[in-house]
Design a protein around this ligand. Structure first.
Ligand code: GYE
Length: 356
């Protein structure tokens, strides 16, 4: 597995200040006497009021809290399995929760995990803003946090101070790659056509960044391709089908569909067929993830391309925990690299045995 470090997620962020901030806060953590401490943090972290970067000093046999936002499809099941097996391989104990797509539930879950005093807490936030207060609460209580897969709003919680780092894919790049594939499928940059966009969960970092990446790339590269409707289908197959069956009645002449994840694309393809359309022939579909079901649609010629969003984050997360425990300067973002899978160039076929 590749272990690539990149600081460039948001334009306002660079390596230098983050690493500098780490140095400053690490230094600032030494000195005062603790009232309440945890086994995992420096003896100087005062639980309940800590404002500083939290160190992870224990290196083995960790109790790892894991707040998952949902377990509702192939992607999330694959991610969960990867985290579970990487924890086991590291010899750590995982305490896992599942918020079932509820922000309120996830905030409660994180609080419960904090009360259980793990050595480190992993959070995969349902949306960007809602779980921020809970992440800050972990920092106040001297529990180090790594944000996994979906990010929190980094203008409200800062990597290198409020949490250690974000480990996950480049969603904005995924969106741009999806736009490139859809442009290609429709005949190139000078094509004139209309398309629709099915968005993921409103307020979640993959929906925000995939949408932004796609829309920006499309406008820049193929201004003749217009998005006539953009609607959320919550990353869910059944909702994707429902939303698409309404949209295809309203916009029967569309030539393309971009779905922020495979599940919604699969639902959309079912709806398009039910409406008498031929996905792959009259309407090109592109989505993101890399599930078995979507790759099979690519291999059958019904979906043009799938941009990968690799859910197998476990090894990268536990390698990052190892670096953190050693006191290494972590970047603001540990990037999971992704690819594009198509029928035409054989990439979908080559990837299919690994699809989840
Ligand atoms: O695309 C989707 C899941 O956060 C990247 O969440 C993840 C997304 C993934 O529901 O299928």
């Amino acid at each position: 597995m590749q272990f690539s470090w990149s600081p460039l997620k948001r334009s306002f962020m660079t390596t230098v200040p983050v690493i500098a901030a780490l140095g400053i806060t690490l230094a600032a953590c030494g000195g005062s006497t603790a009232t309440t401490t945890t086994s995992s943090t420096a003896s100087t972290c005062v639980s309940g009021s800590n404002t500083k970067f939290v160190k992870l000093t224990k290196t083995t046999g960790l109790k790892v809290g894991w707040s998952q936002n949902a377990l509702d499809g192939a992607w999330r099941n694959a991610e969960e399995a990867s985290i579970v097996s990487a924890a086991k391989a590291a010899g750590d104990t995982l305490v896992a929760t599942n918020a079932n797509n509820s922000d309120d539930q996830q905030v409660q879950d994180i609080q419960t995990l904090i009360n259980d005093r793990p050595d480190i807490l992993l959070v995969d936030p349902h949306t960007e803003d809602a779980e921020v207060s809970a992440v800050l609460s972990a920092r106040k209580n001297c529990i180090p946090v790594i944000v996994v897969d979906r990010d929190v709003n980094e203008s409200m919680a800062t990597p290198g101070r409020d949490f250690a780092t974000f480990v996950g894919s480049d969603f904005q790049k995924q969106g741009a790659l999806a736009a490139d594939a859809l442009i290609e499928s429709l005949g190139g940059p000078s094509t004139k056509a209309t398309i629709v966009e099915l968005s993921g969960t409103t307020g979640s970092s993959p929906a925000i960044l995939r949408g932004g990446g796609f829309d920006g790339e499309l406008a820049a590269k193929a201004p003749g391709i217009k998005i006539v409707a953009e609607q959320t289908a919550n990353f869910a197959r059944a909702t994707g089908q429902q939303v698409m069956s309404t949209l295809i009645q309203q916009y029967p002449n569309i030539k393309g569909v971009f779905a922020h994840n495979d599940e919604m694309a699969i639902g959309a393809i079912t709806a398009l067929k039910a409406a008498g359309k031929k996905p792959g022939t009259d309407i090109k579909v592109v989505s993101i993830d890399g599930t078995k079901d979507a790759i099979n649609l690519v291999l059958a010629g019904e979906e043009y391309a799938v941009v990968q969003s690799n859910p197998r984050l476990g090894d990268l997360v536990f390698q990052t925990i190892g670096q953190y425990a050693k006191g290494a300067d972590l970047p603001a973002w540990v990037v999971q690299p992704d690819k594009v899978f198509k029928l035409a160039d054989g990439t979908a076929k080559a990837y299919s045995p690994d699809a989840f």
